[in-house]
Design a protein around this ligand. Structure first.
Ligand SMILES: Nc1ncnc2c1ncn2[C@@H]1O[C@H](COP(=O)(O)OP(=O)(O)OP(=O)(O)O)[C@@H](O)[C@H]1O
Ligand SMILES: [Mg+2]
Ligand SMILES: [Zn+2]
Length: 300
């Protein structure tokens, strides 16, 4: 590695050290150079070629989970879709590309760090066998804030694809950071993404978000496979009816307008937050994401 570490920010130093620690366990990540990545102008991302899978990865489909802003339930939808595909007998995997706020391991109760063997990084497995890779598995303390610059993070996410031994995965779900920064661009440029799922909540300017996602997907030649409206309704314990706490949903009309065939609605449910807080999200039934899961299973 060239010795121009004088310009390194504390955050970049932390990432370099995390990767060097992995190397000490017998890991190599020869082609990752945080300094070079940091000095690369963002436009270069467009000129990059697709990365290829390594010899220990056989990933059939890659699905990106996107949202307009944070906190609408992207991680929840990623977790529920992976759990549902796993229940249906497929091999599911999750790449936590939301590296600045990695919360996938917590939802599945994964505390172990990633291990390496000199060539590959090995993902952790959830209780039901979902393969998971997250920045949390590299950080010494899960609570360490990740405030690295975009290109550095994007390089790390690319390594989640090139250096992780995924094994057989039918559906790899990528929990993307919100917006259209370096990481989503890198994922779309370097990974063969088969489709995206847009997550919204009723409080949002949903039409704008869906429109934006459709346009981004078009630009990347990737289809929008479905929309998930989270916190869509509340199932009333008193009368048993579904109350639209945030007003009536127009997600169906919107999906029709943009020719998106699958729409799922997730209720506002205390069980969801309780299960994800305790690392048990796989225990939540997948019936509310059925339509979108069906659409994913139908990818040709
Ligand atoms: N339908 C729901 N019912 C109850 N709690 C929910 C529901 N959806 C999400 N939550 C809770 O809200 C919080 C935010 O959800 P989640 O982490 O999935 O959002 P996110 O879009 O991934 O957020 P971030 O942008 O921070 O990554 C979590 O604590 C989650 O358990
Ligand atoms: Mg999240
Ligand atoms: Zn009621």
């Amino acid at each position: 590695m060239p010795d121009n570490r004088g310009n390194e920010t504390p955050e970049e130093k932390a990432l370099r050290e995390a990767l060097e620690n992995l190397k000490e366990q017998g890991l190599t990540s020869e082609d990752f150079d945080p300094e070079a990545a940091a000095n690369q102008p963002a436009e270069d991302a467009f000129a990059e070629f697709r990365e290829s899978q390594n010899d220990l990865s056989h990933i059939k489909r890659i699905i990106g989970i996107v949202s307009g802003k944070g906190g609408v339930g992207k991680t929840l939808v990623t977790s529920m879709l992976a759990a549902e595909m796993q229940r249906r007998g497929f091999e599911a995997g999750i790449m936590d590309a939301d590296v600045t706020g990695p919360s996938i391991p917590k939802s599945f109760g994964i505390v172990n760090k990633a291990m390496g063997d000199g060539t590959y990084i090995f993902p952790q497995e959830s209780k039901t066998g979902i393969k998971i890779m997250s920045m949390n598995m590299l950080l010494e303390n899960d609570s360490d804030p990740v405030v690295w610059r975009g290109p550095v993070i994007a390089g790390a996410v690319k390594q989640f694809y090139t250096d992780v031994a995924w094994g057989d995965v039918d559906y790899l779900f990528v929990d993307m950071p919100p917006g259209t920064g370096d990481v989503p661009l890198t994922v779309f440029q370097s990974l063969p993404v088969d489709g995206i799922i847009v997550v919204t909540s009723p409080q949002e300017l949903v039409s704008m978000i869906v429109e934006k996602a459709v346009r981004m997907a078009e630009m990347m030649s990737v289809p929008v496979l479905g929309i998930v409206e989270n916190m869509s309704y509340f199932e009333c314990p008193d009368c048993g009816k579904r109350h639209a706490v945030f007003g009536d949903s127009h997600i169906g009309e919107l999906a029709e307008k943009y020719n998106i065939s699958a729409v799922s609605r997730i209720p506002l449910d205390m069980k969801i937050s309780r299960l994800s807080d305790s690392g048990m999200i796989e225990a939540y039934p997948g019936t509310c994401v059925k339509e979108v899961a069906d659409r994913i299973a139908a990818i040709k």
